[in-house]
Each structure stands twice: as structure tokens, then as C-alpha cells.
Design a binder for this molecule. Structure first.
Ligand code: ADE
Ligand code: ZN
Length: 357
């Protein structure tokens, strides 16, 4: 088992160190997007899967993307090395170790079953590996949930078949999501599928307003009745939508490094996270596909802080939002929020919320 050291806080900026050190939840992480090039190569060798890259360095050098689709092409190609339960276990545990190193104490993790079942890997293999990793994560002090994501470039019928195949495993699945190529695949394509999921008692989330327009966020709310919007940064283009998201306290799981790598924003200074916060939206910070986008939770925090200069109060709010937006039980949520408050007090911030930056 690899032990990742805690990330070095930025000695130049106490607010960065404060935010990196705070206990927090991660609500938008694709486990297949945590597959580091080293593990891609190790699994390719073990499973005798040919790779079109000569080395780890050559693969890493290919991590330059023009848009979401150019990233997804590589992401699905690399996922082909995942063949056995052990592979899913190693990938899941590596993520949870990195989460712990960044003081993430709770993670709600996406996985893409169709990426694996289409290659003949049984859903049971995927879930058994991830379940074992989750049990190890608990021992490390990181609780977790699993969110089954449907691939929106596939049909609703294929999603319904995937749901049917998942029925024996619903005790391991806390909710469902919608990911993959957004533009051209609006939420309304999956209305029946999400209604079935809700009937089964599953919570629902969907990627919307990443590359797609604000109309897709309306669709996710009205047609899919989601509990959270993944990304949602383009909601800012529609003031009526912002007002609704604020009023209904709908969380947005924002992924800053991802948005810059996939050119949703030209650079971090242009990211609208400060405006989203200012508007009173329930925003959280997340890593999306950390192996591909330049880092895990605290790398996102460092990049945001270097460009956007948020206050200690903002980071407290982001930490609090991460637990409030989670699917923790009320009792555990209260306990985790108390840890957050204790942490801020231990750092010299009296009262519940830091009063200044
Ligand atoms: N699958 C993995 N990462 C994704 C992202 N950022 N958007 C949509 N689908 C994804
Ligand atoms: Zn995502």
C-alpha cells in the first residue's frame, strides 16, 4: 500500500494552508479519472493490454485537451486496462489514500459501469473491487459512497439495461449520475431512466452546464429532479436560473482544474468560482478526474487560491457546503461539521465562521 504524504502547504499563503488543512468532503470524483499513468502501465503489463504509448512520460505528455471530448477519448482508452477485481481495488484505494492526504474525510465517488460492461467486465467485478477499497478507506478515516453514472452518449435503453443489471447491487449504490459527452445529449434524453431510479429510492445528480448551456441545468432540475448539479458553471449565464439555484439551495460540484484543462475557462483567473460564491450558490470544490487534470483536492485549492485569492471565510463556507451538500446521515454530517469548526478554532478563528480574510 502506498502512503501518500500530506501535501506541503504553501508557506507563502496562510489561507492556502488553512484550506488545504481543513477537513472536507469531495462530491465530484470519477474513480476512472483517478487512474494515474503509472497504474495504467502496471495494469497494462499485468493484463497484457497493448498501449499506444511507449512510456508513462509519453502518456502523461498526451494529457493536453482541447475540450471535453478530446479528454474522454483518452479517459475511455486508459480505462481498458481495468480487467480484474484487484485492478478496481488498487485504483479505488490509491484515490482514497490521496484523499486522506488532502484531508478529505468523505468522498462520494462516481463510477461508469457501462465503460466496463461493454468490454465484458461484469458489474460484480467492478463493485467488489471498489467495495474492498471503500472498506480500506474507512480504516484510513475516509468514508465514502458510490454513485453509478450513466453515459449520456449512449441511449436511454442502454441506461435502463444497466439499471436492471445493477438491481442486485443497490445496497452498494447510493445514487445515480449522468456523465460523458454533454453537448447534444440533453437531460431530457434520460427522463424515464431517472424516474425509475427515483422510484427505486436512488438519489440523483447530473453533469450539466459544464460545456452545455444553462438550459441543460434547467433540464436536469425539472426533468431529472436531481439533488445536485455537477459543474453547473454555465448557470451564471442565466440570472433566473441562478435565483432558482440559490432559492432551492441546489449544490454545484465545481471542478476548477478540470474547467481550465478542458477550456471551459481560459485560465484560473477567469474562473467564475468567486462569482458563484458571491451569488450565494451552494458551491463545492472538487477534482473531477485528478490523474488527468493536474491534481487532487488540494491541488485544486492551491490553484484557485493562487488565482482568485478567496478569504478564510470563503474557504470555511466551501468546507461547510461540502458536508451540507453530501449524502451523509444528519448525525454524521453534524459530527463532520463539528470537526470543521474545531479545525478553524484550532487555527485561531474564533466563533463558527471566520469574520475576516
Ligand atoms: N466523465 C469523466 N469526467 C467527466 C467530465 N468532466 N464531464 C463529463 N463526463 C465525464
Ligand atoms: Zn465530472
Amino acid at each position: 500500500m502506498t502512503d501518500f504524504p500530506p501535501s506541503a502547504p504553501d508557506a507563502q499563503d496562510p489561507v492556502t494552508a488553512l484550506a488545504c488543512g481543513m477537513p472536507k468532503a469531495e462530491l465530484h470524483i470519477h474513480i476512472e479519472g483517478s487512474l494515474e499513468p503509472e497504474l495504467v502501465f502496471a495494469l497494462a503489463e499485468k493484463n497484457r493490454v497493448p498501449l499506444p504509448y511507449a512510456s508513462v512520460e509519453a502518456l502523461r505528455a498526451a494529457y493536453r485537451f482541447d475540450d471535453l471530448q478530446s479528454f474522454l477519448n483518452l479517459y475511455y482508452a486508459c480505462a481498458d486496462v481495468l480487467r480484474q477485481e484487484e485492478d478496481f481495488y488498487r485504483m479505488g484505494l490509491a484515490y482514497l489514500e490521496r484523499a486522506r492526504a488532502d484531508n478529505v474525510i468523505h468522498a462520494e465517488i462516481f463510477f461508469d459501469p457501462q465503460t466496463h460492461t461493454a468490454r465484458g467486465i461484469p458489474l460484480a467485478t467492478v463493485l467488489q473491487g471498489l467495495k474492498r477499497a471503500q472498506a480500506e478507506g474507512e480504516k484510513l478515516g475516509v468514508s465514502s459512497r458510490l454513485i453509478l453514472c450513466f453515459l449520456r452518449h449512449l441511449s436511454e435503453e442502454e441506461g435502463l439495461a444497466t439499471l436492471e443489471a445493477a438491481l442486485p447491487y443497490l445496497d452498494q449504490i447510493d445514487g445515480v449520475g449522468l456523465d460523458s459527452s454533454e453537448v447534444g445529449h440533453p437531460p431530457g434524453k434520460f427522463t424515464r431512466l431517472f424516474a425509475k431510479c427515483r422510484e427505486l429510492g436512488l438519489s440523483t445528480v447530473a453533469h450539466a452546464g459544464e460545456e452545455g448551456p444553462a438550459a441543460y441545468v434547467w433540464g436536469a432540475l425539472d426533468l431529472l429532479q436531481v439533488k445536485r448539479i455537477d459543474h453547473g458553471v454555465r448557470a451564471m449565464e442565466d440570472p433566473a436560473l441562478v435565483a432558482r439555484l440559490v432559492k432551492e439551495k441546489v449544490p454545484l460540484t465545481v471542478c476548477p482544474l478540470s474547467n481550465v484543462k478542458l477550456r471551459v475557462f481560459p485560465d484560473m483567473a477567469a474562473h467564475n468560482l468567486p462569482q458563484l460564491l458571491q451569488a450565494g450558490l451552494m458551491v463545492t470544490v472538487n477534482s473531477d478526474d485528478p490523474a488527468y487534470f493536474g491534481g487532487y483536492m488540494n491541488a485544486n485549492i492551491r490553484a484557485v487560491q493562487a488565482a482568485c485569492h478567496l478569504s478564510a471565510r470563503d474557504w470555511y463556507q466551501l468546507g461547510k457546503n461540502s458536508f451540507d451538500a453530501s449524502w451523509l446521515t444528519p448525525e454524521t454530517r453534524r459530527a463532520y461539521l463539528a470537526r470543521l469548526d474545531d479545525y478553524f478554532r484550532s487555527q485561531g478563528y474564533g466563533g463558527e465562521i471566520p469574520s475576516q480574510s
